[in-house]
Design a protein around this ligand. Sequence first.
Ligand code: BEZ
Length: 195
Amino acid sequence: MTIAVPTAGHDTTDVNRTRHDFTGVESVWLFGYGSLIYKTDFPFIERRFATIHDWSRRLWQGSHDHRGTHEHPGRVATLIAEPGAVCAGMAYRVAPATFEYIDFREKNGYLRHAVTLDFGNGERAEGLVYIADASNAAWLGPASEADIARHVMGSSGPSGRNSDYVLNLADALHELGADDPHVFAVADELRKLKT
Ligand code: BEZ
């Protein structure tokens, strides 16, 4: 008998609904590393600065539904596995029902994965994070930071300009005191293109 393993197509909403059983669970930590850091349009119980280990943020995922279109996808953040790396972001403790909204908002190739959140001072908790990997249909993959900036400059979608997404993310990371050479380099390239 063959067992079908769902792969990540463009719309991952239905697959994500089957990935975690929240029965009897009151709240779940969600790690945000992209627009979830600054676009908090969902209810949460508490939020805290957090890091996750062995993952790096990259603007390698295509966006057909927020910062681009099917004809010209924008570039948005995903995570790539990198031993020793530390990715800073914002952790939200949410009710399980909140995932119905976030699964839909972040449906373009992202799958929920379990991750350990590090709050500093030795405090850790298990949580979930959305990751779009190279097997998903919207994946764009690596390019130089200058090329990514040029691509971003030419993209926009229903949620606005792709350049605003990157600059907002860079600002939010600066506010968190987080270092992210990749995002900051793309933001610098964008500022050069805008002047
Ligand atoms: C985030 O901000 O963590 C996020 C980014 C893309 C998809 C889902 C979540």
